[in-house]
Design a protein around this ligand. Structure first.
Ligand code: GDP
Ligand code: MG
Length: 424
C-alpha cells in the first residue's frame, strides 16, 4: 500500500502521534496537513519521550522526510523553539529531514494576541482556546490577510505586504480590543529573526511530494485533533478552525492529487476531550478522576486535565464514517485494566428518544448518554503482543467495539511505548 492517512476519530488525543511513530517504519515521507502548534502528540521511542506540537511524528526515523504542508498554521517562533527542544534531546533536524511548504501561511504574533483578547472578551462563554492564535490565523488566511512562507525570500515585497497587513490588523487591535498597535519594526524584526532561521527549510513541498510519489515512495499523512473537531463536520462551533478529515489531507499537503490507499482511524478505548463543548459520554466526580489518573489524561500542550468518559459508540461510528477509515487502531486498552466492568456509551437520548445517530450540533447540548457494561479483565495486559493472549473479556470488548463501529480494528495498543502493540 503506498499512501496512508492517520487520523483521529474522536475529539483528539487518541494516540495519533504514537501510531505515526510506529507506522513510519513503512513510509518514506510524513506530512502534517492542517492545524498548528496547538497539537500535542506524545511519542515514546528509543530516543526518549517527546511532546510534539507542529513537527510531524516521523521526525525520529532516520531517512524519513517530514513535511509541513500548506494547510498548517506556521508559527515560525514556536516551530523554532520546538526544533531547539527536540534537537537538544538528540534528534537531528535539518533541511534534509524537515521541509516546510512555501505556500504555508505564517501565523503572526498578533494572531496569538487576538486569541487571548477574544477569550478574555468572551469571559464565561469562552471556547477553551489554547491561545495559540489558531482561530484568528485561519480567519485571516481565508480573508487572504496572511503572508506565505515563500514571501520570506522576497524582502522588498515582504516589507510592503507586512506593512499593509499590520495597518489593517492594528485597526482591530486598537479599535475593537483597545490593545496596543504593532509597529513595522516589531513585525519586521520578528520576521527577520525567525525567518532567517527557518528559510533553509522552506521549499516547494508539492514538487517534492509529486516526485517522491513518481519514484514509488510511500507517503504518510498525519492529522491533528479528530473528526469531531473538524471545522465542517465537527461539533460546531466548538471545533477547531481547520479540517481534520482524511479527505483534506492531500489538499493541505501540497499534493492535491495524492490518493489515499489506507486511512487508519485512531480511537481510544475510552473517551477524552480537552476544552469546552458538548461531550455526551462524560463522567464526573471520583469515577472520572480515577480514569483520568489511570490514563494520564492531562494535555501535552497545556497540562490541563482532560475531560473523560467511556467510549462513545455514537460519536465514534460518526467519526469512522466521516474519516472514511479503512481500519482502526484502538489505543490505551491497558488503561482499563483496573475496571470491574467496562463502560460503553451505546446510544444517546435526544428529545426524549433513544438514537444511535450522531445529532446535529445544536441538539448535542441536551443529549443524554445511555451506558451499558461488559465484564472487566482486571489484569495487566500491557505486556501482551498477541490478540489471542488477551483475556477473553478484553477480546470481547475489542470485538464488540469493532462490530458496533463497523470497521476492522487492526491495531490494539496496550502501552505508550512503540512496541506495546498488538497487530491483528
Ligand atoms: P495524539 O494527540 O492523538 O497524538 O495523542 P496524545 O499524544 O495527545 O495522547 C495520547 C497519550 O496516550 C500520550 O501520552 C501517549 O503516550 C499515550 N498512549 C498512547 N497509546 C497508549 C496506550 O496504548 N497505552 C497507554 N497507557 N498510553 C498510551
Ligand atoms: Mg494530543
Amino acid at each position: 500500500m503506498s499512501n496512508c492517512a492517520i487520523v483521529g476519530i474522536n475529539w483528539g488525543d487518541e494516540g495519533k502521534g504514537r501510531m505515526v511513530d510506529l507506522l513510519t517504519e513503512d513510509y518514506d515521507v510524513v506530512v502534517r496537513f492542517q492545524g498548528g502548534g496547538n497539537a500535542g502528540h506524545t511519542v515514546i521511542n528509543e530516543k526518549g519521550k517527546f511532546a510534539l506540537h507542529l513537527l510531524p511524528s516521523g521526525i525520529f526515523r532516520d531517512g524519513t522526510v517530514n513535511i509541513l504542508g500548506n494547510g498548517v498554521a506556521l508559527d515560525l517562533e514556536n516551530l523554532w523553539k520546538e526544533i531547539e527542544t527536540v534537537t537538544a534531546q538528540g534528534v537531528a533536524i535539518t533541511p534534509d529531514n524537515l521541509k516546510i511548504s512555501d505556500r504555508a501561511s505564517l501565523l503572526l504574533p498578533w494572531h496569538r494576541d487576538l486569541d487571548g483578547l477574544e477569550e478574555a472578551r468572551l469571559a464565561d462563554k469562552k471556547f477553551g482556546s489554547t491561545k495559540q492564535g489558531i482561530a484568528p490565523f485561519y480567519s485571516d488566511k481565508y480573508q487572504k490577510k496572511t503572508i506565505l512562507a515563500g514571501e520570506l525570500f522576497y524582502p522588498e515585497h515582504l516589507k510592503e505586504h507586512a506593512k499593509d497587513l499590520m495597518e489593517w490588523k492594528n485597526l482591530t487591535l486598537t479599535g475593537v480590543y483597545g490593545a496596543k498597535p504593532y509597529t513595522l519594526d516589531q513585525i519586521m524584526s520578528w520576521l527577520e529573526e525567525y525567518g532567517s532561521k527557518l528559510k533553509p527549510f522552506i521549499c516547494d513541498t508539492g514538487d517534492f511530494l509529486e516526485q517522491a510519489n513518481a519514484e514509488g515512495k510511500k507517503i504518510l499523512f498525519e492529522a491533528q485533533l479528530g473528526a469531531l473537531r473538524d471545522l465542517d463536520y465537527g461539533i460546531h462551533p466548538m471545533t477547531t478552525s481547520s479540517n481534520t478529515l482524511a479527505a483534506f489531507a492531500p489538499v493541505g499537503s501540497g499534493f492535491p492529487a495524492a490518493k489515499l490507499d489506507r486511512i487508519v482511524g485512531v480511537v481510544k478505548a475510552y473517551s477524552s476531550c480537552v476544552g469546552e463543548g458538548p461531550f455526551t459520554c462524560e463522567w464526573f466526580g471520583e469515577e472520572a478522576e480515577e480514569l483520568r489518573k489511570a490514563g494520564g489524561e492531562y494535555g501535552a500542550k497545556t497540562g490541563r486535565p482532560r475531560r473523560v468518559g467511556p467510549i462513545d459508540i455514537v460519536a465514534t461510528r460518526y467519526g469512522v464514517e466521516k474519516q472514511a477509515a479503512t481500519e482502526i487502531a484502538l489505543t490505551k486498552l491497558d488503561v482499563m485494566n483496573y475496571m470491574d466492568q467496562i463502560p460503553i456509551c451505546e446510544k444517546y437520548i435526544v428529545n426524549g428518544e433513544e438514537t444511535d445517530k450522531f445529532p446535529f450540533p445544536v441538539l448535542l447540548a441536551d443529549a443524554k448518554p445511555v451506558f451499558k457494561y461488559m465484564p472487566g479483565w482486571k489484569t495487566d495486559i500491557s505486556g501482551i503482543r498477541k490478540f489471542e493472549d488477551l483475556p477473553k473479556e478484553a477480546q470481547d470488548y475489542v470485538l464488540y467495539v469493532e462490530k458496533a463501529i463497523g470497521c476492522h480494528i487492526s491495531y490494539v495498543s496496550v502501552g505508550a511505548e512503540r512496541e506495546a502493540i498488538i497487530i491483528r
